[in-house]
Design a protein around this ligand. Structure first.
Ligand code: AHR
Length: 521
Protein backbone atom coordinates (compact mmCIF):
# COMPACT_ATOMS: atom_id res chain seq x y z
CA UNK A 1 0.00 0.00 0.00
CA UNK A 2 2.71 2.40 1.10
CA UNK A 3 4.85 1.31 -1.85
CA UNK A 4 1.97 1.93 -4.29
CA UNK A 5 1.51 5.44 -2.91
CA UNK A 6 5.23 6.15 -3.16
CA UNK A 7 5.22 4.91 -6.77
CA UNK A 8 2.14 7.04 -7.55
CA UNK A 9 3.77 10.08 -5.93
CA UNK A 10 7.01 9.68 -7.88
CA UNK A 11 5.10 8.94 -11.10
CA UNK A 12 3.15 12.18 -10.73
CA UNK A 13 6.27 14.16 -9.83
CA UNK A 14 8.06 12.79 -12.89
CA UNK A 15 5.12 13.78 -15.06
CA UNK A 16 5.12 17.28 -13.57
CA UNK A 17 8.89 17.62 -14.03
CA UNK A 18 8.61 16.53 -17.68
CA UNK A 19 5.65 18.90 -18.20
CA UNK A 20 7.37 21.93 -16.64
CA UNK A 21 10.72 21.30 -18.26
CA UNK A 22 9.00 20.93 -21.63
CA UNK A 23 7.24 24.22 -21.03
CA UNK A 24 10.35 26.04 -19.89
CA UNK A 25 12.34 24.77 -22.90
CA UNK A 26 9.44 25.76 -25.11
CA UNK A 27 9.27 29.16 -23.41
CA UNK A 28 13.01 29.65 -23.90
CA UNK A 29 12.70 29.00 -27.60
CA UNK A 30 10.52 32.05 -28.03
CA UNK A 31 12.13 35.31 -29.00
CA UNK A 32 9.52 37.98 -28.56
CA UNK A 33 10.03 41.66 -29.10
CA UNK A 34 7.40 44.32 -28.51
CA UNK A 35 7.90 47.59 -30.35
CA UNK A 36 6.13 50.33 -28.40
CA UNK A 37 5.53 52.63 -31.33
CA UNK A 38 3.18 54.81 -29.30
CA UNK A 39 5.89 55.58 -26.74
CA UNK A 40 8.56 57.10 -28.95
CA UNK A 41 9.63 60.52 -27.69
CA UNK A 42 13.40 60.80 -28.18
CA UNK A 43 15.19 61.50 -31.45
CA UNK A 44 18.28 59.46 -32.24
CA UNK A 45 20.90 62.09 -32.87
CA UNK A 46 22.58 61.53 -36.22
CA UNK A 47 25.89 62.34 -34.51
CA UNK A 48 25.78 58.93 -32.79
CA UNK A 49 27.03 57.67 -36.16
CA UNK A 50 30.18 59.82 -36.16
CA UNK A 51 33.70 58.74 -37.10
CA UNK A 52 37.20 59.37 -35.80
CA UNK A 53 40.25 59.98 -38.02
CA UNK A 54 43.47 60.32 -36.06
CA UNK A 55 46.89 61.22 -37.38
CA UNK A 56 48.09 57.74 -36.50
CA UNK A 57 49.53 54.96 -38.64
CA UNK A 58 47.80 55.01 -42.02
CA UNK A 59 44.63 56.57 -40.71
CA UNK A 60 45.33 59.74 -42.69
CA UNK A 61 48.53 59.22 -44.68
CA UNK A 62 47.89 56.46 -47.24
CA UNK A 63 44.33 56.01 -45.99
CA UNK A 64 42.94 59.42 -46.95
CA UNK A 65 45.85 61.57 -48.05
CA UNK A 66 48.01 60.37 -50.95
CA UNK A 67 49.08 63.78 -52.28
CA UNK A 68 48.04 65.64 -55.38
CA UNK A 69 50.73 64.00 -57.54
CA UNK A 70 49.79 60.45 -56.60
CA UNK A 71 48.84 57.91 -59.27
CA UNK A 72 46.00 56.88 -57.00
CA UNK A 73 42.91 58.77 -58.20
CA UNK A 74 42.45 61.68 -55.81
CA UNK A 75 40.62 64.94 -55.23
CA UNK A 76 43.13 67.56 -54.13
CA UNK A 77 45.37 64.83 -52.70
CA UNK A 78 42.60 62.80 -51.05
CA UNK A 79 41.71 59.30 -52.22
CA UNK A 80 38.64 59.28 -54.41
CA UNK A 81 37.75 55.64 -53.63
CA UNK A 82 37.71 56.33 -49.88
CA UNK A 83 35.73 59.54 -50.30
CA UNK A 84 33.15 57.79 -52.49
CA UNK A 85 32.73 54.96 -49.98
CA UNK A 86 32.38 57.29 -46.99
CA UNK A 87 29.93 59.55 -48.80
CA UNK A 88 27.50 56.62 -48.95
CA UNK A 89 27.45 56.36 -45.15
CA UNK A 90 26.20 59.95 -44.68
CA UNK A 91 28.93 60.37 -42.04
CA UNK A 92 27.60 63.12 -39.76
CA UNK A 93 30.92 64.24 -38.24
CA UNK A 94 34.60 63.36 -38.13
CA UNK A 95 36.81 63.88 -35.09
CA UNK A 96 40.38 64.99 -35.89
CA UNK A 97 43.42 65.11 -35.40
CA UNK A 98 43.27 62.76 -32.37
CA UNK A 99 43.12 61.08 -29.87
CA UNK A 100 46.40 61.20 -28.06
CA UNK A 101 47.89 62.89 -31.12
CA UNK A 102 45.71 65.98 -30.57
CA UNK A 103 47.46 66.87 -27.31
CA UNK A 104 50.82 66.91 -29.12
CA UNK A 105 49.71 68.81 -32.21
CA UNK A 106 50.34 72.43 -33.12
CA UNK A 107 47.77 73.49 -35.72
CA UNK A 108 50.23 76.01 -37.19
CA UNK A 109 52.36 73.11 -38.50
CA UNK A 110 49.55 72.12 -40.85
CA UNK A 111 48.71 75.39 -42.64
CA UNK A 112 50.36 77.43 -45.40
CA UNK A 113 52.19 76.21 -48.49
CA UNK A 114 52.75 72.45 -48.29
CA UNK A 115 56.46 72.76 -49.06
CA UNK A 116 57.01 75.03 -46.07
CA UNK A 117 55.36 72.79 -43.52
CA UNK A 118 57.71 71.44 -40.86
CA UNK A 119 58.43 67.77 -40.44
CA UNK A 120 57.73 66.61 -36.91
CA UNK A 121 57.95 63.38 -34.97
CA UNK A 122 54.62 61.66 -34.64
CA UNK A 123 54.97 59.95 -31.26
CA UNK A 124 52.36 57.35 -32.17
CA UNK A 125 54.59 54.96 -34.03
CA UNK A 126 57.57 57.37 -33.80
CA UNK A 127 57.56 58.26 -37.47
CA UNK A 128 58.12 61.49 -39.36
CA UNK A 129 54.98 63.51 -39.91
CA UNK A 130 55.04 65.63 -43.06
CA UNK A 131 52.07 67.77 -41.97
CA UNK A 132 50.73 67.73 -45.53
CA UNK A 133 47.28 66.92 -44.22
CA UNK A 134 46.46 69.88 -42.01
CA UNK A 135 43.49 72.01 -41.01
CA UNK A 136 42.38 73.10 -44.49
CA UNK A 137 42.86 69.64 -45.99
CA UNK A 138 40.79 68.13 -43.18
CA UNK A 139 38.03 70.68 -43.65
CA UNK A 140 37.97 70.05 -47.38
CA UNK A 141 37.77 66.32 -46.70
CA UNK A 142 34.78 66.89 -44.40
CA UNK A 143 33.11 68.91 -47.13
CA UNK A 144 33.76 66.19 -49.70
CA UNK A 145 32.12 63.48 -47.62
CA UNK A 146 29.41 65.83 -46.32
CA UNK A 147 30.43 65.62 -42.64
CA UNK A 148 30.77 68.23 -39.90
CA UNK A 149 34.24 68.67 -38.46
CA UNK A 150 34.87 67.88 -34.82
CA UNK A 151 38.19 69.50 -33.93
CA UNK A 152 40.11 68.13 -30.97
CA UNK A 153 42.07 70.90 -29.27
CA UNK A 154 45.49 70.54 -27.66
CA UNK A 155 45.32 71.06 -23.91
CA UNK A 156 48.04 68.64 -22.77
CA UNK A 157 51.04 70.33 -24.41
CA UNK A 158 49.50 73.40 -26.05
CA UNK A 159 48.45 76.76 -24.69
CA UNK A 160 45.23 78.66 -24.23
CA UNK A 161 46.46 81.16 -26.83
CA UNK A 162 47.14 78.41 -29.39
CA UNK A 163 43.59 77.15 -29.03
CA UNK A 164 42.05 80.61 -29.13
CA UNK A 165 44.12 81.48 -32.22
CA UNK A 166 43.04 78.31 -34.00
CA UNK A 167 39.38 79.21 -33.50
CA UNK A 168 40.06 82.77 -34.69
CA UNK A 169 41.90 81.52 -37.79
CA UNK A 170 39.00 79.21 -38.55
CA UNK A 171 35.93 81.27 -37.78
CA UNK A 172 36.58 85.00 -37.56
CA UNK A 173 34.68 86.75 -40.37
CA UNK A 174 36.30 90.21 -40.05
CA UNK A 175 39.69 91.83 -40.52
CA UNK A 176 42.34 90.30 -38.27
CA UNK A 177 45.84 88.93 -38.70
CA UNK A 178 44.70 85.34 -38.15
CA UNK A 179 41.58 85.58 -40.33
CA UNK A 180 43.74 87.16 -43.02
CA UNK A 181 46.17 84.26 -42.72
CA UNK A 182 43.25 81.95 -43.47
CA UNK A 183 42.40 84.09 -46.50
CA UNK A 184 46.03 83.88 -47.65
CA UNK A 185 45.72 80.08 -47.37
CA UNK A 186 42.86 80.24 -49.88
CA UNK A 187 39.80 80.42 -47.61
CA UNK A 188 38.16 83.82 -47.75
CA UNK A 189 35.04 82.76 -45.92
CA UNK A 190 35.13 81.69 -42.27
CA UNK A 191 34.47 78.04 -41.60
CA UNK A 192 31.46 76.90 -39.65
CA UNK A 193 32.92 74.82 -36.83
CA UNK A 194 30.44 73.44 -34.38
CA UNK A 195 32.25 70.77 -32.35
CA UNK A 196 35.41 71.49 -30.38
CA UNK A 197 37.04 69.11 -27.92
CA UNK A 198 39.00 70.62 -25.03
CA UNK A 199 41.73 68.00 -24.62
CA UNK A 200 41.61 64.23 -25.00
CA UNK A 201 41.93 61.57 -22.31
CA UNK A 202 43.24 64.19 -19.91
CA UNK A 203 43.44 61.40 -17.30
CA UNK A 204 46.03 59.63 -19.50
CA UNK A 205 47.95 60.57 -22.66
CA UNK A 206 46.38 64.05 -22.53
CA UNK A 207 48.29 65.09 -19.41
CA UNK A 208 47.83 62.52 -16.61
CA UNK A 209 45.58 64.94 -14.72
CA UNK A 210 43.28 64.31 -11.80
CA UNK A 211 39.64 65.22 -12.47
CA UNK A 212 39.85 68.06 -9.95
CA UNK A 213 42.85 69.53 -11.78
CA UNK A 214 41.40 68.99 -15.24
CA UNK A 215 38.09 70.60 -14.24
CA UNK A 216 40.00 73.83 -13.55
CA UNK A 217 42.08 73.50 -16.70
CA UNK A 218 38.89 72.95 -18.71
CA UNK A 219 37.26 76.06 -17.20
CA UNK A 220 40.27 78.14 -18.19
CA UNK A 221 40.67 76.81 -21.75
CA UNK A 222 36.98 76.83 -22.57
CA UNK A 223 36.68 80.43 -21.43
CA UNK A 224 38.90 81.41 -24.37
CA UNK A 225 37.00 79.51 -27.07
CA UNK A 226 35.37 82.44 -28.88
CA UNK A 227 32.04 82.42 -30.72
CA UNK A 228 32.52 84.70 -33.74
CA UNK A 229 29.86 85.84 -36.18
CA UNK A 230 27.12 83.25 -36.32
CA UNK A 231 29.42 80.43 -35.24
CA UNK A 232 28.51 78.81 -31.96
CA UNK A 233 30.89 76.25 -30.52
CA UNK A 234 29.61 73.10 -28.85
CA UNK A 235 32.31 72.51 -26.22
CA UNK A 236 33.20 68.93 -25.38
CA UNK A 237 35.19 68.21 -22.24
CA UNK A 238 37.46 65.23 -21.78
CA UNK A 239 35.42 62.69 -19.86
CA UNK A 240 35.87 59.45 -17.99
CA UNK A 241 37.88 56.41 -18.89
CA UNK A 242 34.91 54.02 -19.09
CA UNK A 243 33.82 53.22 -15.56
CA UNK A 244 35.71 56.06 -13.79
CA UNK A 245 32.53 57.50 -12.29
CA UNK A 246 34.45 59.80 -9.97
CA UNK A 247 35.71 61.71 -13.02
CA UNK A 248 32.15 62.23 -14.22
CA UNK A 249 30.98 63.40 -10.81
CA UNK A 250 33.77 65.97 -10.49
CA UNK A 251 33.17 67.30 -13.99
CA UNK A 252 29.44 67.65 -13.43
CA UNK A 253 29.94 69.32 -10.07
CA UNK A 254 32.86 71.64 -10.94
CA UNK A 255 32.24 72.38 -14.62
CA UNK A 256 28.51 71.81 -15.19
CA UNK A 257 26.96 73.91 -17.94
CA UNK A 258 30.30 75.36 -19.01
CA UNK A 259 30.45 72.25 -21.17
CA UNK A 260 27.94 71.13 -23.79
CA UNK A 261 29.21 67.59 -23.95
CA UNK A 262 31.25 65.24 -21.79
CA UNK A 263 33.23 62.63 -23.64
CA UNK A 264 33.48 58.96 -22.70
CA UNK A 265 35.96 56.40 -24.00
CA UNK A 266 35.40 52.67 -23.80
CA UNK A 267 37.13 50.04 -25.92
CA UNK A 268 36.14 46.38 -26.23
CA UNK A 269 39.05 44.07 -25.51
CA UNK A 270 38.28 40.47 -26.55
CA UNK A 271 40.99 38.66 -24.66
CA UNK A 272 42.60 38.40 -21.26
CA UNK A 273 44.13 41.90 -20.93
CA UNK A 274 45.27 45.10 -22.66
CA UNK A 275 48.68 43.48 -23.15
CA UNK A 276 47.13 40.34 -24.66
CA UNK A 277 44.11 41.58 -26.51
CA UNK A 278 43.63 38.63 -28.81
CA UNK A 279 43.99 38.46 -32.59
CA UNK A 280 41.63 40.02 -35.11
CA UNK A 281 41.62 36.88 -37.31
CA UNK A 282 41.41 33.11 -36.81
CA UNK A 283 39.98 33.24 -33.31
CA UNK A 284 37.71 30.72 -31.67
CA UNK A 285 34.34 30.98 -29.96
CA UNK A 286 35.79 32.09 -26.61
CA UNK A 287 37.01 35.36 -28.17
CA UNK A 288 33.79 35.75 -30.14
CA UNK A 289 31.74 35.47 -26.95
CA UNK A 290 34.18 37.55 -24.90
CA UNK A 291 34.09 40.39 -27.46
CA UNK A 292 30.31 40.58 -27.45
CA UNK A 293 30.05 40.28 -23.68
CA UNK A 294 32.60 43.08 -23.19
CA UNK A 295 30.88 45.27 -25.79
CA UNK A 296 27.66 44.90 -23.80
CA UNK A 297 29.41 46.46 -20.79
CA UNK A 298 28.87 49.74 -22.61
CA UNK A 299 25.26 49.65 -21.42
CA UNK A 300 26.19 49.62 -17.74
CA UNK A 301 28.90 52.25 -18.26
CA UNK A 302 26.48 54.62 -19.98
CA UNK A 303 23.75 53.90 -17.48
CA UNK A 304 25.93 54.66 -14.47
CA UNK A 305 27.52 57.75 -16.01
CA UNK A 306 24.04 58.97 -16.98
CA UNK A 307 22.75 58.49 -13.46
CA UNK A 308 25.49 60.80 -12.17
CA UNK A 309 24.82 63.30 -14.94
CA UNK A 310 21.08 63.22 -14.16
CA UNK A 311 21.79 64.30 -10.57
CA UNK A 312 23.34 67.57 -11.77
CA UNK A 313 21.58 67.94 -15.09
CA UNK A 314 18.11 66.37 -14.89
CA UNK A 315 17.05 68.05 -18.12
CA UNK A 316 19.86 66.33 -19.99
CA UNK A 317 21.29 69.52 -21.46
CA UNK A 318 24.83 68.10 -21.39
CA UNK A 319 25.39 65.36 -23.97
CA UNK A 320 27.36 62.22 -23.26
CA UNK A 321 29.74 61.99 -26.22
CA UNK A 322 31.23 58.51 -26.67
CA UNK A 323 33.93 59.81 -28.98
CA UNK A 324 36.08 56.67 -28.91
CA UNK A 325 34.62 53.17 -28.97
CA UNK A 326 35.05 49.87 -30.79
CA UNK A 327 37.03 46.66 -30.60
CA UNK A 328 40.80 46.94 -30.13
CA UNK A 329 42.73 43.75 -30.97
CA UNK A 330 46.41 42.88 -31.28
CA UNK A 331 47.95 44.51 -34.35
CA UNK A 332 48.11 42.41 -37.50
CA UNK A 333 51.28 40.29 -37.56
CA UNK A 334 54.00 42.06 -39.53
CA UNK A 335 52.42 45.50 -39.19
CA UNK A 336 53.97 48.39 -37.27
CA UNK A 337 52.70 47.83 -33.70
CA UNK A 338 52.14 51.57 -33.20
CA UNK A 339 49.92 51.80 -36.28
CA UNK A 340 47.06 49.84 -34.67
CA UNK A 341 46.19 48.05 -37.88
CA UNK A 342 43.79 45.17 -37.35
CA UNK A 343 41.37 43.08 -39.38
CA UNK A 344 37.65 43.50 -39.06
CA UNK A 345 35.46 40.40 -38.86
CA UNK A 346 31.79 39.48 -38.72
CA UNK A 347 32.22 39.41 -34.91
CA UNK A 348 33.33 43.04 -35.03
CA UNK A 349 30.31 43.97 -37.14
CA UNK A 350 28.07 42.43 -34.46
CA UNK A 351 30.00 44.32 -31.78
CA UNK A 352 29.19 47.48 -33.74
CA UNK A 353 25.47 46.65 -34.09
CA UNK A 354 25.24 45.73 -30.39
CA UNK A 355 26.94 48.98 -29.37
CA UNK A 356 24.84 51.13 -31.69
CA UNK A 357 21.72 49.51 -30.19
CA UNK A 358 22.95 50.59 -26.74
CA UNK A 359 23.60 54.16 -27.92
CA UNK A 360 20.18 54.34 -29.57
CA UNK A 361 18.51 53.10 -26.39
CA UNK A 362 20.25 55.88 -24.44
CA UNK A 363 19.64 58.50 -27.12
CA UNK A 364 18.25 60.99 -24.63
CA UNK A 365 21.74 61.35 -23.10
CA UNK A 366 24.09 59.90 -25.73
CA UNK A 367 23.88 62.43 -28.53
CA UNK A 368 27.21 61.89 -30.20
CA UNK A 369 29.64 59.00 -30.66
CA UNK A 370 32.67 58.37 -32.83
CA UNK A 371 33.84 54.89 -33.68
CA UNK A 372 37.61 54.38 -33.53
CA UNK A 373 38.58 54.75 -36.29
CA UNK A 374 37.58 55.53 -39.84
CA UNK A 375 40.36 54.19 -42.10
CA UNK A 376 43.08 51.54 -41.49
CA UNK A 377 43.18 52.01 -37.71
CA UNK A 378 41.38 49.80 -35.13
CA UNK A 379 37.73 49.01 -36.04
CA UNK A 380 37.71 50.85 -39.32
CA UNK A 381 35.21 51.28 -42.13
CA UNK A 382 37.76 51.06 -44.89
CA UNK A 383 41.15 49.35 -45.33
CA UNK A 384 43.70 50.48 -47.89
CA UNK A 385 47.07 49.26 -49.14
CA UNK A 386 48.72 51.19 -51.95
CA UNK A 387 46.04 51.73 -54.56
CA UNK A 388 43.82 48.93 -53.23
CA UNK A 389 40.88 49.32 -50.92
CA UNK A 390 38.09 47.25 -49.41
CA UNK A 391 35.11 47.89 -47.15
CA UNK A 392 34.96 46.14 -43.80
CA UNK A 393 31.97 44.31 -42.26
CA UNK A 394 31.63 47.26 -39.85
CA UNK A 395 31.19 49.60 -42.82
CA UNK A 396 28.08 47.65 -43.76
CA UNK A 397 26.66 47.91 -40.25
CA UNK A 398 26.86 51.70 -40.52
CA UNK A 399 25.23 51.49 -43.92
CA UNK A 400 22.38 49.33 -42.58
CA UNK A 401 21.88 51.58 -39.53
CA UNK A 402 21.93 54.94 -41.23
CA UNK A 403 18.12 55.07 -41.46
CA UNK A 404 18.03 55.46 -37.66
CA UNK A 405 19.84 58.81 -37.89
CA UNK A 406 17.49 61.57 -36.81
CA UNK A 407 14.53 59.16 -36.44
CA UNK A 408 12.48 58.73 -33.26
CA UNK A 409 13.61 55.88 -31.04
CA UNK A 410 10.82 53.35 -30.39
CA UNK A 411 11.19 51.70 -26.97
CA UNK A 412 11.49 47.91 -27.15
CA UNK A 413 10.62 45.14 -24.78
CA UNK A 414 12.75 42.07 -25.43
CA UNK A 415 12.01 38.61 -24.13
CA UNK A 416 14.68 36.54 -25.82
CA UNK A 417 16.78 33.44 -25.47
CA UNK A 418 20.25 33.58 -24.04
CA UNK A 419 23.39 32.68 -25.90
CA UNK A 420 25.47 30.68 -23.43
CA UNK A 421 29.14 29.87 -23.76
CA UNK A 422 31.22 28.12 -21.13
CA UNK A 423 28.68 28.82 -18.40
CA UNK A 424 28.29 32.54 -19.20
CA UNK A 425 25.29 34.03 -20.96
CA UNK A 426 24.33 37.12 -22.91
CA UNK A 427 21.02 37.86 -24.66
CA UNK A 428 21.15 36.33 -28.10
CA UNK A 429 19.09 39.09 -29.69
CA UNK A 430 19.65 42.84 -29.68
CA UNK A 431 17.74 45.39 -31.74
CA UNK A 432 16.79 48.98 -32.53
CA UNK A 433 13.48 50.25 -33.89
CA UNK A 434 12.91 53.82 -35.01
CA UNK A 435 10.29 55.81 -36.88
CA UNK A 436 11.23 58.51 -39.35
CA UNK A 437 9.36 61.72 -40.11
CA UNK A 438 7.35 60.02 -42.90
CA UNK A 439 6.06 57.36 -40.48
CA UNK A 440 8.23 54.52 -41.81
CA UNK A 441 9.59 52.15 -39.20
CA UNK A 442 13.17 50.91 -39.40
CA UNK A 443 14.23 47.78 -37.62
CA UNK A 444 17.74 46.38 -37.16
CA UNK A 445 18.06 43.07 -35.31
CA UNK A 446 21.16 41.03 -34.50
CA UNK A 447 21.21 37.33 -33.71
CA UNK A 448 24.44 36.97 -31.76
CA UNK A 449 24.22 33.21 -31.33
CA UNK A 450 26.86 31.76 -33.66
CA UNK A 451 25.36 28.27 -33.58
CA UNK A 452 21.65 28.74 -33.81
CA UNK A 453 19.17 30.25 -36.22
CA UNK A 454 16.49 32.19 -34.37
CA UNK A 455 12.83 32.76 -34.97
CA UNK A 456 11.89 36.22 -33.72
CA UNK A 457 8.30 37.47 -33.29
CA UNK A 458 7.90 41.22 -33.25
CA UNK A 459 4.64 42.78 -32.10
CA UNK A 460 3.90 46.39 -32.90
CA UNK A 461 1.90 48.40 -30.39
CA UNK A 462 0.28 51.68 -31.26
CA UNK A 463 0.81 51.39 -35.01
CA UNK A 464 -0.54 49.21 -37.81
CA UNK A 465 2.09 47.73 -40.08
CA UNK A 466 1.12 46.46 -43.51
CA UNK A 467 4.20 46.22 -45.69
CA UNK A 468 7.67 44.83 -45.19
CA UNK A 469 10.41 46.05 -47.50
CA UNK A 470 14.14 46.50 -48.05
CA UNK A 471 15.16 43.41 -46.06
CA UNK A 472 18.95 42.98 -45.91
CA UNK A 473 21.10 40.50 -44.01
CA UNK A 474 24.77 40.63 -43.06
CA UNK A 475 26.28 37.25 -42.19
CA UNK A 476 28.98 34.80 -43.27
CA UNK A 477 29.97 31.16 -42.88
CA UNK A 478 32.11 31.82 -39.81
CA UNK A 479 32.12 34.50 -37.13
CA UNK A 480 35.77 35.33 -37.86
CA UNK A 481 35.10 35.84 -41.59
CA UNK A 482 36.80 38.98 -42.95
CA UNK A 483 37.05 40.85 -46.21
CA UNK A 484 40.49 41.13 -47.79
CA UNK A 485 42.08 42.87 -50.77
CA UNK A 486 41.79 39.55 -52.70
CA UNK A 487 38.30 38.68 -51.47
CA UNK A 488 36.57 41.96 -50.67
CA UNK A 489 33.00 40.56 -50.71
CA UNK A 490 33.11 37.72 -48.17
CA UNK A 491 31.06 39.68 -45.64
CA UNK A 492 28.59 41.87 -47.45
CA UNK A 493 24.85 42.48 -47.03
CA UNK A 494 22.47 40.47 -49.16
CA UNK A 495 18.76 40.69 -49.80
CA UNK A 496 16.72 39.12 -46.99
CA UNK A 497 13.29 37.64 -47.63
CA UNK A 498 12.58 35.54 -44.55
CA UNK A 499 10.31 38.05 -42.85
CA UNK A 500 6.52 37.81 -42.93
CA UNK A 501 3.68 39.77 -41.45
CA UNK A 502 0.97 37.90 -39.59
CA UNK A 503 -1.53 40.62 -38.70
CA UNK A 504 0.45 43.16 -36.72
CA UNK A 505 3.21 40.68 -35.89
CA UNK A 506 6.38 40.35 -37.89
CA UNK A 507 8.00 36.93 -37.90
CA UNK A 508 11.64 36.79 -38.86
CA UNK A 509 13.79 33.70 -39.26
CA UNK A 510 17.29 34.89 -38.62
CA UNK A 511 20.42 32.98 -39.53
CA UNK A 512 22.95 32.45 -36.74
CA UNK A 513 25.48 35.34 -36.23
CA UNK A 514 23.65 37.79 -38.39
CA UNK A 515 22.31 41.31 -38.59
CA UNK A 516 19.01 41.92 -40.37
CA UNK A 517 17.62 45.31 -41.35
CA UNK A 518 14.05 45.79 -42.48
CA UNK A 519 11.61 48.63 -43.15
CA UNK A 520 7.90 48.62 -42.36
CA UNK A 521 5.01 50.87 -43.11
O1 AHR B 1 42.26 55.42 -30.84
C1 AHR B 1 43.56 55.19 -30.46
C2 AHR B 1 43.93 55.90 -29.16
O2 AHR B 1 43.17 55.38 -28.12
C3 AHR B 1 43.63 57.37 -29.11
O3 AHR B 1 44.67 58.13 -29.62
C4 AHR B 1 43.49 57.63 -27.66
O4 AHR B 1 42.65 58.72 -27.37
C5 AHR B 1 42.98 56.32 -27.11
O5 AHR B 1 43.68 55.93 -25.98
Amino acid sequence: MVMTQIRKYFGLSLLLIVFFSYNSVYAQQQNNITVNADQGSVKISKYIYGQFAEDLGNGLYGGIWVGKNSKIPNIDGMRKDVIDALKKLDVPDVRWPGGCFADRYNWRDGIGPEKDRPKRVNMWGQVTDSNQFGTNEFLEFCKLIGAQPYMAGNVGSGSVRELKDWVTYLTYPGDSKLANLRRKDGHPKPYHIKFFGVGNESWGCGGQMTPEHYANVYRRYSEFLPNYGGNHIFKIASGPNGADYHWTKVMMKDVGYRMNGLSLHYYTIAGPSWRHKGPSTNFSENLYFDGLQKAMKMNEIIQRNSTIMDEYDPQKRIALVVDEWGIWTDPLPGSHPGFLRQQNSLRDALIASTTLDIFNKHAARVRMANIAQMVNVLQSMVMTKGKEMYLTPTYYVFEMYKKHMGATYLPLHLNVENYTYDGNSIPSITATASQDSTGNIHLTISNLDPNKNQKVKIDFRGVSVRHVSNGMVLTAKSFDAVNTFDKPNTVKPETFKDAKLDGNTLIINMPSKSLVSIDLN
